[in-house]
Design a protein around this ligand. Structure first.
Ligand SMILES: Cc1ncc(COP(=O)(O)O)c(C=O)c1O
Length: 395
């Protein structure tokens, strides 16, 4: 039996009546990790001052060390944030854009983060410029060409996804960062999907700023993400919430970590269970994380092939651009622009309500264009993708 048909779903508490093919939106946390969070919350509530004021800093350091090893970073360059949106906002809102500056984004970017880019630019009289990456596409080079075509002497920063959300592409991020740096432009990488989806080496990518969620593919509880800032830039990056750290006399650690480690009272346990998640998955699967990354990719590619065959369309991107997400173009819908972030395509509703298949259909690049995106995670076997393929093409 191929490991694509090994069923690891018993590690999760997902609803057994739903064929859950949308890990990409919010992740899903396995039971062992949730139990560790419950244990930590009990410890917190038993003596809140002991936990928050005396133990937390050490606990955060332990979690940070484990995460740094996992994502290829030096722990002194890493802070926790609740989500990638917060990481992107912290960086963008710390930078002083000036009138005439350009902030380059791409047409595959995540709407919430592009909104943050528009917000800081409008405030400063700067401009958001957009690189048009084609989709379908045949090579990574097309991504690079599209981005470089929009770099001008006024480009201050590139905000780009490591793995794109609607199109599910793994972008050649290290190459992009390098080429931009050679042109004097720094990059903020939105790696919302990267930690846990694929082997990640943040230092090797070399971006000025890198943020990524742990609550998606590392399967930690919601509200756990990282922000990595290159050492020479840490002084200038401030949390979106200014708190005690701003004038703390604490010596022996950077202002960067002191500020981000306390942004007001909140539940820090989602950060603290990161080491549990890293170790749990490593021992769950023979071969540990490398086998998991390989399985994600093989399953996403196999699922994509089923969907493309059913739709009679060619694969929309080369296999090296696939991680654990695969998007395929659907025939145009008759729905207008979505009325909000959670507005759902009528076919997506039918798939869920009539067939108990949870899978997103996104309007892209604009209505009536649509993409169907599947996720591959250890709790998925191949059968639900076959079931989905049988229902294609959708209205
Ligand atoms: C590329 C990308 N960036 C940012 C986000 C936002 O993540 P969060 O809501 O955890 O901040 C997402 C969420 O799906 C995403 O796909």
């Amino acid at each position: 039996m191929s490991n694509l048909d090994i069923d690891w779903s018993a590690a999760w508490d997902l609803d057994p009546d739903v064929r859950f093919l949308n890990h990409g939106s919010f992740g899903a946390c396995p039971r062992v990790v949730m139990e560790e969070q419950v244990r930590l919350r009990a410890e917190l509530e038993r003596e809140p001052v002991l936990f928050m004021a005396r133990r937390l800093e050490g606990y955060l350091d332990e979690a940070r060390e484990a995460l740094a090893n996992f994502v290829g970073a030096d722990s002194s360059d890493l802070v926790f944030v609740p989500n990638a949106s917060t990481g992107v906002n912290a960086v963008l809102r710390s930078l002083a854009f000036e009138a005439g500056d350009e902030l380059l984004v791409t047409n595959h970017g995540y709407n919430a983060c592009s909104n943050a880019a528009r917000f800081v630019c409008e405030r400063a009289g700067a401009a958001v410029t957009v690189a048009d990456i084609p989709f379908p596409l045949q090579s990574e080079q097309q991504v690079l060409d599209a981005v470089l075509a929009k770099v001008t002497p006024r480009t201050r920063l590139l905000l780009i996804d490591h793995i794109t959300s609607p199109t599910g592409l793994v972008l050649p991020i290290a190459r992009i960062v390098r080429e931009l740096r050679e042109r004097g432009v720094e990059t903020l990488v939105d790696g919302a999907h990267a930690p846990g989806m694929l082997e990640l080496n943040i230092e090797a990518i070399g971006a000025a700023y890198y943020t990524g969620n742990c609550h998606k593919w590392l399967c930690t509880p919601k509200g756990s993400a990282l922000l990595h800032v290159r050492k020479d830039l840490q002084e200038s990056v401030r949390p979106t919430v200014i708190s005690h750290g701003a004038n703390s006399p604490r010596a022996g650690r950077s202002r960067f970590q002191v500020e981000f480690d306390w942004v007001g009272t909140d539940d820090p346990t989602a950060f603290l269970v990161i080491p549990t998640a890293i170790e749990f998955f490593n021992s769950l699967v023979d071969g540990g994380w490398p086998t998991i990354w390989d399985r994600h990719k093989c399953q996403a590619l196999a699922a994509r092939e089923l969907l493309c065959d059913a739709l009679d369309v060619p694969a929309p991107s080369p296999p090296e651009m696939i991680g654990a997400l695969a998007s395929v173009p659907l025939p145009p819908g008759d729905q207008g622009a979505p009325s909000g972030a959670w507005d759902v395509d009528p076919s997506q509703r039918v798939l869920f309500e009539m067939h108990a298949i949870e899978v997103p259909i996104m309007s892209w690049p604009a209505p009536p264009g649509r993409l169907l995106r599947v996720s591959a995670q250890l709790y998925n076997t191949m059968q639900p993708y076959r079931d989905l393929a049988q229902l294609l093409p959708l209205e």
